[in-house]
Design a protein around this ligand. Sequence first.
Ligand code: UGA
Length: 434
Amino acid sequence: MNITVVGTGYVGLVTGTCLAENGNNVICVDIDENKVNRMKNGEVPIYEPHLDVLFERNIEAGRLNFTTNLIQGLDHAEVIFLALPTPEDEDGSADLKYVLGVAQEIGQHITDYKVIVDKSTVPVGTAEKVEATIAANTSTEFDVVSNPEFLREGFAVDDFLKPERIVVGTSSQRAEEIMHRLYKPFVRSGNPIIFMDEKSAELTKYAANSFLATKITFMNEIANYCQIVGADVDKVRIGMGTDSRIGKRFLFPGIGYGGSCFPKDVKALHKSGQDVNHKFKILDAVVEVNEAQKTILFPQINNHFGGNLKGKTISIWGLAFKPETDDIREAPSLYMIEKLLEAGAKIKAFDPEAMENVKQKLGDKIQFVDNMYEATQNTDALLICTEWSIFRTPNFSKLKAQMNDAVIFDGRNLYDIDEMTEAGFKYTSIGRTA
Ligand code: UGA
């Protein structure tokens, strides 16, 4: 099929590349000329495992092309994906200016039937708005479909190529058939393509992300309570998670959820509720608990140093909001850094992928080093903010010998408490007491 993807951010790029990988002819459109030129030369503008291989292969095969020319993209395709940013407005709602701006241009230019697919996470009622915007500018036939993405950063290629489910919201038989033809090759395993109305599809995405954020937050509250009463949250987690109604996944406590999706989507669903006088009380609590969770280790670090962090060096392992990404949006590490700097601490940080992004944000406010052990050289304490695999099995004797004091604050519960005590570390984690 001929497909155009408008917007080459994270979602658009993965969507375009994976659709090309499945034999479709894809044009990706972006207004950023510099980025488009870099992509034409085979440069992947984001870090996402496996994307580079697919990217190169499909560009070489001529199935994946890039342009700044939206009209060229519109002429090319039967299906047009909108993968545009929907940034958080000041009031927490999703700003639709990019989506509706492109919808207007689509209306002004299409001359034959098109399926317009909302791929971005958009509030309930957006498909209707996109449809009205296009219709106001054309008499050509078209359908608008809501097809939320469920990609996880770090696993996006796999999630796209082998989805657990695909949700498609449309009330048009013609669009349903086209979407079915497009996605059938991705669900050969028997996983479902779930068709529904547009509004339900739009809400499915918000409900799924908000539920997962709630699940994590619930576990964080349990962890904080475990800490007080002397229970071990890891044991509670396993005890709970083996009930298949609860499930093992997304029960890992830590220093809060971050990223470009959960924080934004929880707030946007909350705001959409408010707009129709529906108060999502549970989401209020989720936002509040998560905000506090990001810096939950700060008082413990501060207490360890007797309330005086001035001149102390704290090393940080992990800056990205989660492993396998260079994304630092809403990363708990940034909140901890802010608190520590405010208190007068010096910070030495290492992350396998995200240092460049933090450098751009913080400049020389903190020191960046090339590897995990350089970070812990002559340091007063180590703080772990992201559970990258390389941090899971460090050489503890080397670590202990290097550090001024063998003190670890672990925001991701990477190590066994007894082993740490035996190795002579003062070890603090989330929801577990030594
Ligand atoms: C999330 C969803 O998982 C995807 O299904 C969805 O498509 C995506 O948002 C989106 O809306 O685009 P993502 O933000 O990439 O994906 O990352 P997750 O792996 O879901 O992690 C989100 C946050 O939750 C991270 O900060 C992570 O550290 C935290 N988390 C996750 C926990 O604290 N505990 C857990 O048990 C799981």
